[in-house]
Design a protein around this ligand. Sequence first.
Ligand SMILES: Cc1cc2nc3c(=O)[nH]c(=O)nc-3n(C[C@H](O)[C@H](O)[C@H](O)COP(=O)(O)O)c2cc1C
Length: 353
Amino acid sequence: MAAEAEARLPKAAFDYYAGGSGTEWTLAENERAFRRWVFRRRVLVDVSEVDTAVTVLGQRLPFPVLLAPVALQRMAHAEGELATARAAAEAGTTMILSTLSSTTIEDVAATGVDRWFQLYVHRDRGLTGELIDRAVASGYRALVLTVDTPQLGRRDRDERNGFLPPPGVDLAILTSTTGGLSQQTGAGGGSSLFAYFARQCDPSVTWADVEWVRSRAQLPVVLKGVTTAEDARRAADAGVAAVSVSNHGGRQLDGDPATIDALPEVADEVGDRLDVLVDGGVRRGTDVLCALALGAKAVLIGRPQLWGLACGGQAGVGRVLDLLRMDFTLAMRLAGVTSTAAIGRSLVRRAVP
Ligand SMILES: Cc1cc2nc3c(=O)[nH]c(=O)nc-3n(C[C@H](O)[C@H](O)[C@H](O)COP(=O)(O)O)c2cc1C
C-alpha cells in the first residue's frame, strides 16, 4: 500500500509522511528489529476459537491495535481525520487525535469514535490549557502527552522540499490562535512545521508539567515516547495511566533503538503498574504478536493508516485495520495461542544471528 500511496500523493506530502530524521537509521530499524525476534510456537492446541480482545485503560478493544496520532491527514485525503475516525469507529478501536490535526477536536468527536487526544505543550500555557479543556469537553477519554519532541527532529526531506501543506490544509486546531503553518514560511525556506514547532512549542517541559496536565485534565494521562526503564519508573511514580514505547516512528532522535527492542526493559520495569503500549514499525499481525509477547498491551500504528487513507479514504483505513486484525488472528492460531492473556515472553526469543 505504501507504493500505491506514493504514486497517488504529491512528493512533498509523501516525503512528510514516510520520512524520518537524520540518516533515517531509526526509521528503518523499527521495522528491521522485528525480524530479529522469532517465535517459540506451541503445537496441538485447539485454536478453533481465538480471542483477540484486550483491555486498555479499562476499555475493551476487539483487537490490540489503536490509531497513533498522525498530523495533517487531509493531505492524504480530502476527508482526512474524519475518514480515519469513521474507520476506527467501524472497527471498534480507538483513534488518537494529534494536536497538529487538520480537523478540529470537535469535528472528530462528532463522528462518535472512541478517542484520546495527543497534546503538544505550547509555550503559551493558556493556549495549552484551552486545548486540554476542549478535549475534555468533547469527550476524549485520555490525554496522550508526547514526550520525545522538545524540538522537532530534523527531517532532511522536509527541509529540502520546503514542506508546507497545500492551500486549504493547515493545523485546524491551532490556526485561529497561532496562525498555523501558512504563517511560518521563514527566510530559510525549510520545513514550515520545524519553524512552527521551534516558535510555538515548549522545549522546557519537565515532569512537573505532567502533573499540571494531569490535574488540568482529570483524565488518564499516557506518556508517548518513553524508551528506558528509568523514565518508565518515573512515569509510574508520576501516576500516569500508560506509556507508549515510541521513537515517534524514527522522526525524532536518529540513533534511538527500535521500539520493539526498548519494549522489554520498559515492560519489565512497570508492566505490573500501568498499561504499556508500543509503536513504530508495526506492519503485520506477527509484529503485533511479538509486541504483546514482549510485554505490550496493544500497539499503535502510524504510517499504515496514512497509506490506507491515501489509497481509499475511510474504506482504505478500514481495510488496513481489517488486514491487521485478520493477520493477527492467523498469527495467534499458527503460534498456538487462544487468547491475548496467554501471550507471554516464552512465546519469543532472539533469533540466532
Ligand atoms: C506523518 C506523521 C505524523 C505524525 N504526527 C504525530 C503527532 O502529531 N504527534 C505525535 O505524538 N506523533 C506523531 N507521529 C508519530 C506517530 O504517532 C507514531 O509514533 C509513529 O508513526 C509510529 O511509527 P509507524 O509510523 O512506523 O507506525 C507522526 C508520525 C507520522 C508518520
